[in-house]
Design a protein around this ligand. Structure first.
Ligand SMILES: [Ca+2]
Ligand SMILES: [Ca+2]
Ligand SMILES: [Ca+2]
Length: 325
């Protein structure tokens, strides 16, 4: 009877508890990318940091202060070559050439995590959400998932098993980047995955107290080392490496040659492209306001403002910002 009951209970455990993501950088099946990988074609060129507090529950103690923005640029430099974000702090990175969505991962984020000296299978990792934007205004987050337990607050020594994390920056230790594939971000008319101009890292406030907790894309509380009441509080950003960008994917992007005029537009907009399949017009909040199968679409009845025209031709999609006057 007891045996049967335990089998029944096992059957009721949510499938997600068994899920395993890629393992640590020293294990077979890892997705970690070493800083020296030839897959990287460029590194972040600009960085703006908005620091968070050292402790979110004691803002009077001040903000994180370790490092400076420039330390997130260029190739990874390791443990001390970082800028610390503090609880909930952000770093917004820009690039010489926009990132595009090629086959597999498109960029990787480097932090300065390290293995626990007593138990090298567990890691001190300060997690970050990763968001992307193709206009610098509208950011879209990678759906991050954690299966780290939420009964005991993780401390500074850290005890995270990387298999329990997906789509968080800092899944891996120093000099090993966590890769991100733009295919995993939900499609949105305001996001052109083939012209990503900004990558934003948002420190995860790892406090499991619901008053301060942050949540993953499936609604789980995220447990990461907390409190980190010192200058190097929070996610320590080392570098962002680019795998696919427009400058290095000329052929891929030449296959769609498109022109729209006039822009700004008052009345009819003409879209010049071969093998046109559809035109869709979206407003700033992502609602489709018009669509057409022909190459001319009339903006006459729309309010003045910014719109996104999404053209599908030859099986590919291209989005352009158009201003209605
Ligand atoms: Ca990709
Ligand atoms: Ca944190
Ligand atoms: Ca660095």
């Amino acid at each position: 009877m007891i045996k049967r009951l335990s089998i029944l209970l096992l059957a009721m455990v949510p499938v997600s508890l068994w899920a395993q993501f890629a393992p640590a950088q020293d294990k077979p099946g890892t997705t970690a990318m070493h800083a020296d990988s030839s897959a990287f074609v460029a590194w972040a060129k600009g960085c703006t940091v908005e620091r968070g507090p050292m402790c979110i529950d004691k803002p009077e103690n001040g903000l994180a202060s370790f490092g400076e923005e420039a330390l997130a640029l260029g190739v990874p430099g390791g443990t001390m070559d970082v800028v610390s974000l503090g609880d909930g702090g952000t770093a917004t990175l820009t690039f010489e050439s926009p990132i595009c969505n090629g086959t597999g991962p498109d960029f990787a984020v480097f932090e300065n995590g390290f293995a626990n000296a007593q138990n090298p299978d567990t890691w001190a990792l300060e997690l970050g959400f990763v968001e992307v934007s193709s206009d610098g205004e509208n950011f879209f987050r990678f759906p991050a998932v954690t299966y780290v337990q939420t009964e005991t607050q993780l401390g500074n020594a850290g005890s995270i098993v990387p298999e329990q994390l997906h789509n968080f920056a800092s899944k891996y230790g120093a000099f090993y980047g966590t890769p991100f594939d733009l295919d995993e971000v939900e499609d949105n008319a305001l996001l052109d995955k083939n012209r990503i101009t900004h990558v934003r890292i948002v420190d995860v406030v790892g406090n499991i107290d619901p008053q301060y907790a942050t949540y993953d894309s499936e609604g789980h509380i995220i447990n990461d080392p907390w409190p980190t009441g010192f200058a190097s509080s929070g996610m320590d950003l080392d570098a962002v490496g680019v795998i696919h960008d427009i400058a290095h994917n000329v052929n891929e992007n030449e296959t769609i040659d498109i022109a729209m005029y006039p822009n700004p537009v008052k009345g009819r907009l003409t879209v010049m492209v071969e093998n046109l399949q559809s035109i869709e017009v979206y407003n700033l909040v992502g609602q489709m306001v018009m669509s057409s199968m022909s190459s001319v679409i009339d903006f006459g009845n729309l309010n003045e403002g910014v719109y996104f025209v999404r053209v599908t031709a030859d099986g590919m999609t291209f989005t352009k910002r158009v201003v209605k006057q």
